[in-house]
Design a protein around this ligand. Structure first.
Ligand SMILES: Cc1cc2nc3c(=O)[nH]c(=O)nc-3n(C[C@H](O)[C@H](O)[C@H](O)COP(=O)(O)O)c2cc1C
Length: 368
């Protein structure tokens, strides 16, 4: 498989189509667009759709914003306690670590956070997460089997599923989820989607009916959020934008690279596949450029693939082409590691606290 680089095109396409869609709303029967009627106004006159309102009430949120899974516990707590949906990634935690993370999250928040499991891997710690009282489980990279859904339901937890096509949205809806996340090719990190948001969102919304759908991929500003909501989504998932905050556990080198990047800095690739062979979106860095210059060879023939690029006191050695990004505590050639970023990274220009960021996103949403 050769790397695909669409140079920011999919994000621009979504923004254009969303703008057309929202302009077209006046006088258009909303049901024909698969959208719910707009029935509420913020104090500045900006509208939220009915699904979005309902979602805020159902999940006890102030903002229709979910954090993407990465970033660590401190970020998840800060996001949740500022009125949005926090997130922790539990795919790679042991059952005991998971029990402790969920216990601490329950103590530190009002329960407005979710735990993500990437179903490409066995969700080994799910039982312990549920036992500890995790309020919401969200799966990505696969549709959970019925017995897994039964575990979630029997524990009284809510269920979210990430989809990226009409086909997997149909399958997900058979499981009666509490929300869907529709990921697009614009997203940072590992990208389950093979199509831009603009190509899948309306199909997913139609299939979801009254179930809230959040869009994920390339959303960095309040204006982006407005376009997403005016396209019929109930809210948005922000991954890259939250990585560039004070509380995130990303290394400063990674955070500063996000701030310095522009909208053409990312690439959709399979370069960093040493421990998980899946497509991802990262900043173009020297590891990627050297590999590309050699014709994107397969594992076994990649340039300098036996290099240890960094070390971490807890996570140990990081090899070149490994999936681990530079995190606090890493030392070494950090710029050469995978620095995940979505196509909205050009709008990431500072490192606010999560609370400051949410207030700003909402101001921008209301004024846009
Ligand atoms: C550093 C990083 C790590 C991620 N890790 C996960 C993960 O563990 N599980 C998952 O489902 N998605 C993961 N994602 C994807 C996010 O959940 C989300 O789909 C994506 O960040 C949205 O696009 P954006 O980064 O442009 O906001 C990750 C994204 C980033 C940037």
């Amino acid at each position: 498989m050769s790397p695909i680089d669409d140079d920011g095109m999919s994000r621009r396409k979504f923004m254009r189509q969303s703008a057309v869609l929202s302009l077209g709303l006046a006088g258009t029967p909303i049901s024909t667009l698969g959208q719910q009627p707009v029935d509420s106004r913020t104090k500045e006159g900006r509208t939220l759709n009915a699904n979005s309102q309902e979602m805020l009430t159902r999940f006890g949120l102030k903002y229709p914003i979910f954090q993407g899974a990465p970033g660590g516990e401190a970020l998840a707590v800060a996001v949740a306690n500022s009125g949005a949906m926090g997130a922790v990634s539990l795919t790679w935690d042991t059952p005991e670590q998971t029990f402790d993370v969920v216990t601490r999250m329950n103590e530190a928040t009002e329960g407005n956070y979710y735990a993500n499991y990437v179903l490409h891997f066995e969700p080994k710690s799910l039982d312990r997460a549920l036992e500890a009282g995790c309020p919401i489980i969200q799966f990505s990279w696969g549709i959970p089997k019925k017995y897994i859904v039964a575990k979630v339901r029997n524990a009284g937890a809510r269920l979210g599923i990430q989809v990226s096509s009409k086909l997997n949205a149909e399958k997900a809806m058979q499981l009666d989820p509490d929300f869907l996340i529709c990921q697009g090719l614009e997203a940072g990190g590992h990208v389950q989607a093979t199509l831009p948001l603009a190509d899948t969102l309306q199909d997913v919304l139609r299939l979801a009916g009254g179930t809230p759908v959040l869009v994920a991929g390339g959303i960095s500003t309040g204006q982006d959020l407005r376009l997403a909501i005016e396209s019929g989504a109930s809210g948005a998932v922000l991954g890259t934008r939250f990585m560039a905050t004070k509380e995130s556990d990303a290394h400063d080198v990674y955070k500063n690279s996000l701030v310095e990047a522009n909208e053409d800095s990312t690439v959709y690739t399979i370069c960093f596949n040493r421990d998980w062979n899946a497509a991802h979106r990262v900043l173009r860095n020297s590891t990627f450029l050297d590999w590309e210059a050699e014709g994107c060879p397969d594992t076994g023939s990649k340039p300098k693939e036996d290099d240890v690029v960094a070390e971490h006191p807890v996570y140990g050695k990081a090899m070149r082409y490994e999936t681990v990004p530079p995190m606090q505590g890493h030392e070494g050639a950090l710029e050469e590691m995978a620095m995940y970023a979505g196509q909205g990274v050009g709008q990431v220009n500072d490192l606010p606290t999560a609370g400051e960021l949410l207030e700003r996103l909402w101001r921008e949403f209301e004024r846009s």
